[in-house]
Every structure is written in C-alpha cells, then in structure tokens.
Design a protein around this ligand. Sequence first.
Ligand code: FAD
Length: 317
Amino acid sequence: MKVTDHIEQAKSTLFSVEVLPPLKGQNINSLFGTMDKLMEFAPSFVDVTYHREEYVYRDAGNGLLEKRTVRKRPGTVGICAALKHRYSIDPVPHIICGGFNTEETENALIDLNFLGIDNVLVLRGDPIRSEGRFKPDPNGHSYAIELLDQVVDMNNGTYLDPELKNTDSTNFCVGVAGYPEKHYEAPNLSSDLRYLKKKVENGADYIVTQMFFDNEAYFNFVDLCRENDIHVPIIPGLKPLTGKRQLVSLPQNFYVNLPEEFVENIEQAKTKEEVREVGIDWCIRQCKELMERGAPVLHFYSMGRSAAIEEVARAIF
Ligand code: FAD
C-alpha cells in the first residue's frame, strides 16, 4: 500500500521508522530483532536507507597505500523484500543518485516493482565521505529531481530504451526529502524551497523531513511550504538524543540546530542515564505537540538503535 494511502485512511497520527541495512557480513537477524520489538507499535511503513560506496585505504605492503571502493551496507532491495514478506509491512527503499548510472537505477526499480514494493524515497545522496562535493556517476543523476523524473517516467510506462513500446508502467508512490532548517548546501531556505516545490510539481507524493529538535522549525517549514503551494503531506523526522556526544555529532552530520533549553538540560544531566532520560523526554514532548497539531506520521530515525524509539513510542501511542 502507498504511504499516501496510509495517511489518507488514518484516523490519527501514524508511526513509522527508518532502519539501516546491517553492515556487510552481518546477519539480517539483527534487523529482525529490532523489527520484532518495533512491531508492537504497528508501524505503517518502514524506510530502509541506502548507503553509497566509500573509499578505504589498505597498506599494500610495498610502502604504498591501495585505494579500494567498498559498500559497507549493501542489501536495501533484499531487506525490503524480506521485511514485506516477514511482517506484511510496507517497506520504503531509499534510492539515491550517487554511485549509480540511470540504467542501474532503472533495473533496481524494476526489481522493486517485481517484488510488489509500492513506495520509494528518492534522494540525491551525500558526497563520498572523503570527498567534499557530491559528484554524480558519469551517466547518473546530479539531483534528486532527475531521479524523481526517472521514476515518474516509469510510472508513465517510459523506460530508458526509446524502442520500448507498450510497456507495463510501474506505480510507485514517491517521497522526497525536505529540510526545515534548509539543506546545508542551499544558500537560503527560499532557494531550497524552490527546488522542493519543483520536486512536488514533477510528481513527488510526499515529503519526509530531516530530523529537528525544535518543533517551531517544522511548523514554520510546513507554513512556508503551504504558502508556496506545496500541498503534499509533510512527515516530520524525529530522533531521540541518547548521549552527550550527540550534541556535537548531530549538528556535525545532519546540520541541525539544538534548542538552547534542550542543550542546557543535557549539559546539566549528571549521568549517562540522566542524559538519555532528558533526550527521550524531549522527544516525547515534541511528539505530543506534533500529534496535537495534526502531523500525519511520526517518522523515527533509528540509526541502528531502536530502544529509545520504543520508549518514546510506548509513551505516545
Ligand atoms: P536534492 O533535492 O538534489 O538537493 C540537494 C541540494 O541541491 C539542495 O541544496 C537543493 O536546494 C539543491 N538543488 C536541488 N535541485 C537542484 C537543481 N535542479 N539545481 C540546483 N540546485 C538544486 N542519504 C543517503 O545517502 N542515503 C539515505 O538513505 C538517505 N536517506 C535520507 C532520508 C531523509 C528523510 C533525508 C532528509 C535525507 C536522507 N539522506 C540520505 C541524505 C540526503 O541524501 C542528503 O541530505 C543529500 O545531501 C541531499 O539529498 P536531497 O535528495 O535532498 O537532494
């Protein structure tokens, strides 16, 4: 079922979660263990992230370093199929531009369609960790909107090969990313919103936001979107903070602001347990307000850990 149908049919705010594929060489049972616990809260859909390749340098033994390309968390498509089969849940694979040419993307989308997967979240992806700038594959997409256009083309029965006639179309519901505090490369929020609007005009069915810790950022973002004629559902992304180090790592990795009161509360906490409690309480407060003000879904970033999400979900659902 499509994410947008879940939202349309819902009588109250829905719960969803984003999970990571296991590291290469690890068993899928660790992910099933996480999902077994989260199923208590009946997630409407589960996003599965995609991780692009990284460069690693190994000692070649001759005084030189050998550069190798590795994909540390492969398996997004397979995991989506496994989740759908095991839990009868709607998986939402993340599809990224980085590292793929358009034909590889088309083939991945065909696989997903054959597997009966109804949703995709299309993203540009971040630069390779050791590179400062995003570089597209020579025959790949530079921006999420180009990838979106490819999915919309397939939904209209148009594949890359112009010779293909009378083809079966796909029917993906397509999500895109939105940034209440703007994307880190955008010169300003208006410019970022202009491109977001274009993604919606070109066929995006819904938006999922980057995590935020100040609900005003989300409410302002939704207001701005509506003023700019962006009328698709905007799903808030949430993450309970669980450790003091995240005061640095979350802004560093996700370009988000942490409100002063929240930071003070975390800094004043004396033990790890207290820090965790403050983080979880803050997230519960965020969720309650978002629900009161009609957020369609609460979408949680697990980043490989679900215990804190379970505590939040137990307090609000
Ligand atoms: P785009 O929409 O392409 O935007 C990128 C930047 O370019 C923005 O600054 C935008 O304003 C600008 N821009 C957009 N279109 C144009 C244009 N036509 N011309 C000029 N400028 C333009 N990353 C992963 O690698 N894997 C994941 O699984 C993943 N999941 C995510 C899930 C969510 C909900 C979010 C919010 C992010 C996720 N990311 C993931 C991170 C994402 O890939 C990065 O934030 C990336 O830098 C931008 O992706 P985007 O789809 O927003 O890009």
